[in-house]
Design a protein around this ligand. Sequence first.
Ligand code: EPU
Length: 419
Amino acid sequence: MEKILVHGGKTLEGKVRISGSKNSALPILAATLLTKEPCVLQRVPDLSDIHYMLTILGRLGCEVERASGVVRVTAESITTTAPYDIVRKMRASVCILGPLLGREGEATVSLPGGCVIGDRPIDLHLRGFEALGAAVSVKSGNVRVLAQDLHGAEIFLRGKFGSTVLGTDNVMMAAVLAKGTTIIDSAAEEPEVVDLANFLNKMGAKIEGAGTRRIIIEGVKELHGAEHEIIPDRIEAGTFLVAGAIAGKSVTLTRINPRHLEAVVHPLQEAGFLFESGDDFLRILPGNSRKPLHLEAMPYPGFPTDMQAQMCALLATTDGISVVTDHVFPHRFMHASELKRMGANIEMNEGTAVVQGVPKLEGAPVMASDLRASAALVLAGLSAEGITEVNRVYHIDRGYERIDEKLNDLGAEIERVKA
Ligand code: EPU
């Protein structure tokens, strides 16, 4: 096992190239199951979650080739059962259910367990499959979906905490090969859903409205192979913006889509940071003053839950009282107690973090609990006094491509050592 040592107090300056989106690449890789023909994906990030998904595809019988960001998958003949030993490693493996059901009329996948960011049910995914005509059963920890004929349906996908991203993806992937028209109401509007719909359309699907709350899918008989470049990772980009805010003189993100980052840029502007932008870059510069924020994480186009922990790290040293609520994963605040070990003043009050800014954090040994929490701890270490030791860094490698190297290229001093 490895740990990361962040030597605080260095100033960040320069350019960082943002990788392809993890949360786009995962369902898009699953979508390659929908055709027997080869699919070629570019800008696939080198992450452990991607590795798990490629392993799952391999175990299902796909031929998988990978070379520097390009992945080629051929799902000529596949099986439809994904066993627990591989599925348990990553919750996003549920998104193979939709394409397997769409193409083969059946799938058996081990149920994902809960995780530290909260209870993560898949009831909405299953409700969608049932509406399309599938029989759903859950037995011995496995979910089985079975359908003679999938047919189009009108499906309402909103749950207690808003819509569901992977649920929308899953239903969309099952519906592309169903007979007739499917309408997903209250669909997730995230850019990653749009990227998947664009890929499916390149494969011959007929999907309209992705990126809005109403997606209309006209079923087709079959799909063919396609080539596609994954969109830039807006959460990795947002994380580097916050790194720039915490410790930067001038940090420029390249190869990004600034439109996907508005909900992160806006509060940072409100907090006093200055921005310069172009079609595919964004630069963050310090302003004259820093202000506390009231932040509420919500589904897109709201402020992303996946950026909430990183913002808490910034607000920990922002003078005044900030209030942070997460409406998507209300219990996703494991980072708060770790930040407190570094001297942050954070009180949790019924799913809301009240952050009273302190002048400086102090380096300390801390424990990463999940992907974004671990990023937050690394960011907090950038401006902390002394050394911050982040343990369980495998969490960070699930979703950030070489984050330590990229931060070091900007001037940080981060080491990765054996734990
Ligand atoms: N929910 C239900 N029932 C369902 C599905 C979801 O109640 O059937 C609830 C969840 O418990 C949560 C809310 O709905 O409270 C939203 O969950 P959603 O289904 O949208 O999450 P997801 O699709 O499983 C994706 C990302 C997450 C990201 C969320 C929200 C991927 C692989 N994962 O998860 O990313 O936080 O959307 O934007 O796309 C991360 O990258 O760190 C990460 C956790």
